[in-house]
Design a protein around this ligand. Structure first.
Ligand code: NAD
Ligand code: UDP
Length: 313
């Protein structure tokens, strides 16, 4: 087999879009997934393609394959999924990083880590530059994910310093788009699902907390640019700096879906960050990257996807 590009978590939301992009760019793609939160439906159209292979595998275990590029995306990403089995989440983040870094070292492959804005925790500096070390709770409900991802970053930089592994680390901020899991509890999928079904829109807390939402196509472009350049190892923030309150997001979704759903208030989950906005100066300078898709355009695409899957159900 020719050396290929490995995508762990390739059957997930972001991973499946990345597989599409890599196939379109002419790469051999090896998709590894244990289907914990991903689905074959996301990659069904690629099965049978002569440059695409799928392996059911858990990244807790070592993997021996011929690859020269690795995108390490395997990890549940939505709070309800990663808190469902927090021990498994930490194991995926940490053992997955160790196993994939071991593979990169053996193969002398370049490896990119999909890290997260969650490494900044509930940030006290705003917007967040990569130089900020963060403000996270190591024993809270989100810690399995936040601290797992922080430890993975540590491993990436130690494998780089100690073993010369060619790493790239990006910190992804809230990303949305088609193929989000309809029941993953993330705010965009929840609000669109609730609006389309005419159910109440659940605002956690007062709804004045903020996030900055990046459309999936922009995110994938940033990820590929990070992998393909030879200078910046990261960490680099990839996200859309357009920050809005969750309440404004709810009202935008209601307007775009023409829904009459009412807004209801529910308790704020533990350690829910009050604000989040990426500083993307580094991505602009190192990758010549910035997001292009506006929130309303991205939401329209996402709403169209949810309408389609609800119809087929
Ligand atoms: P997702 O849950 O849709 O995808 C994760 C994929 O990893 C799934 O297909 C899942 O089955 C697979 N997986 C989980 N544990 C595994 C294991 N032990 N072995 C093999 N496969 C496993 O989530 P996503 O939104 O596509 O996120 C992908 C990556 O991007 C994650 O690492 C996440 O932390 C990171 N990220 C995403 C966002 C976002 O807004 N979507 C934000 C920050 C970081
Ligand atoms: N949220 C909400 N209602 C929902 C789902 C989420 O108000 O039905 C809020 C959540 O409390 C958080 C924000 O929306 O403040 C983003 O939540 P999400 O789980 O999508 O991502 P994260 O908290 O990891 O950024």
């Amino acid at each position: 087999m020719n050396a290929a590009t490995l995508v762990t978590g390739g059957a997930g939301f972001l991973g499946s879009h990345l597989c599409d992009r890599l196939i379109a760019d002419g790469h051999e793609v090896l998709c590894v997934d244990n289907f914990y939160t991903g689905s074959k439906d996301n990659i069904r159209h690629l099965l049978g393609h002569n440059r695409f292979e799928l392996i059911r595998h858990d990244v807790w275990l070592p993997l021996y394959v011929e690859v020269d590029r690795i995108y390490n995306l395997a990890c549940p990403a939505s709070p309800i999924h990663y808190q469902n089995n927090p021990i498994a989440t930490t194991k995926t983040a940490v053992l997955g990083a160790i196993n994939m870094l071991g593979l990169a070292r053996r193969r002398r492959a370049r490896i990119l880590q999909a890290s997260t804005s969650e490494v900044y925790g509930d940030p006290q500096i705003h917007p967040q530059p990569e130089s900020y070390w963060g403000h996270s709770n190591p024993i809270g409900a989100r810690a399995c994910y936040d601290e797992g991802k922080r430890c993975a970053e540590t491993l990436f930089f130690d494998y780089h310093r100690q073993a010369g592994v060619d790493i790239r680390v990006i910190r992804i901020f809230n990303t949305y788009g088609p193929r989000m899991h309809p029941n993953d509890g993330r705010v965009v999928s929840n609000f669109i699902g609730q609006a389309l079904r005419g159910e109440p829109i659940t605002l956690y807390g007062d709804g004045l907390q903020t996030r900055s939402f990046c459309y999936v196509d922009d995110l994938i472009e940033g990820l590929v640019r990070m992998m393909n350049q030879g200078i910046e190892i990261g960490p680099v923030n990839i996200g859309n700096p357009n920050e809005i309150t969750i309440r404004d997001l709810a009202e935008t979704v209601l307007r775009l879906t023409d829904s009459k759903s009412e807004l209801v208030f529910r308790p704020l989950p533990q350690d829910d960050p009050t604000q989040r906005q990426p500083n993307i100066d580094k991505a602009k300078a190192a990758l010549d990257w910035q997001p292009k898709v506006g929130l309303e355009d991205g939401l329209k695409e996402t709403i169209a996807y949810f309408k389609k899957i609800f119809r087929s159900e």
